[in-house]
Design a protein around this ligand. Structure first.
Ligand code: NAD
Length: 317
């Protein structure tokens, strides 16, 4: 925290960035919001548009288009900038191009004297968060990715619907890569204080394990469905980013499945991956180690290996 004023710089004013900005304005999460984009005109237009909603907002907020020197006294820099895949381009080529984009963003931000927390949303988010860590050389606790925060929200919503209970009383996580190898450790899922597995076992006429597996698959494939219906996903991630920002700025010690660097937890090292973590004013306070079954541990290790392999070969320095 740099002072009493809560200041956020958003890099990337596309659909994801602006969905965050709109949610942040409506929830009054900060005092100052700076919009940066390689397309400066777009950032200027977005700032104008948001400012025109201020008379209807719950609190005042200074919103303007700026540049990386504005990061100097910011509490959080959110990165939602990205480039789309070109025709014929491999996933690895796209990744390397995004690394180059990140270099052009992170180097001047660090030079500005920024001393806050990086929060990354750009996909593949676990890799781009690790890239941010490598490029910034900040302590790992101060570099966070949105990870599986949104996926866990999707899961809780679907489980709440299935069990006919308020999703707020469902405690369950999606962990691992924000992508195809993510999974739900159902051994750790509870409703109120009761294990979901025992809820299923006690009422096997109403509930079935295969339905839980279907819900897990629905969560894993949600982004594909939304993208095929409306080309991109943005409201959910915008609200997930807002939730993470609130946890940081209000020093909440909230537990969210952000992408964080593992240093031996779960027997994994040097990989950014989505796991439940305690989040406060200085970023990641602690990684929560769930008591996973052997099968779940194997799935997490598999996910971590996929991420480690994807990172290998990228030129970050
Ligand atoms: P978008 O194309 O609408 O916006 C990207 C923005 O980045 C554009 O405004 C573009 O001008 C800007 N940009 C490009 N290069 C830049 C640079 N060098 N410097 C500054 N700005 C630059 O895309 P979107 O739909 O907003 O998605 C953004 C990213 O978020 C993508 O990588 C997407 O895959 C990701 N995403 C993540 C999640 C998640 O759960 N983490 C969910 C949805 C989307």
């Amino acid at each position: 925290m740099t002072g009493m004023t809560k200041k956020i710089v958003l890099v990337g004013t596309g659909m994801v960035g602006m969905s965050f900005a709109y949610a942040a304005l409506n929830q009054g999460v900060c005092d100052e919001l700076v919009l940066c984009d390689i397309n400066k005109e777009r950032a200027v237009g977005e700032a104008m548009d948001l400012n025109h909603g201020l008379p209807f907002a719950r609190s005042n907020m200074k919103i303007y288009a700026g540049d990386y020197s504005d990061c100097k006294d910011a509490d959080i820099v959110i990165i939602a900038a990205g480039v789309a895949q070109k025709e014929g381009e491999t996933r690895l080529d796209l990744l390397q191009r995004n690394v180059d984009v990140f270099r052009s963003i992170i180097t001047p931000i660090v030079k500005s004297g920024f001393n806050g927390i990086f929060l990354v949303a750009t996909n593949p988010v676990d890799i781009m968060t690790r890239v941010t860590y490598e490029l910034s050389r900040f302590g790992s606790g101060r570099v966070i990715g949105s990870g599986t925060t949104l996926d866990s929200a999707r899961l809780r919503y679907l489980l709440g619907d299935y069990l006919s209970v308020d999703p707020k009383n469902v405690h369950a996580y999606v962990i691992g890569e924000h992508g195809d190898s993510e999974f739900v450790p159902f051994s750790q899922a509870i409703v109120a204080t009761k294990s979901i597995i025992s809820v299923i076992q006690e009422d096997s006429t109403s509930y079935k394990m295969e339905h839980l597996k279907e819900i897990e698959e629905q969560v894993r494939t949600a982004a594909y469905k939304i993208i095929s219906a409306k080309r991109a996903t943005y409201y959910g991630i915008g609200m997930a980013l807002t939730r993470i920002v609130k946890a940081i700025l209000n020093d909440e010690n909230s537990i969210l499945t952000v992408s964080t660097k593992l240093n031996g937890e779960y027997g994994i090292n040097d990989v950014y991956i989505g796991v439940p973590s305690v989040i406060g004013r200085n970023g990641i306070k602690q990684v929560i180690e769930l008591s996973l079954t052997d099968e779940e541990t194997e799935k997490l290790h598999n996910s971590a290996k996929i991420l480690a392999d994807s990172f290998e070969g990228l030129k970050c320095r």
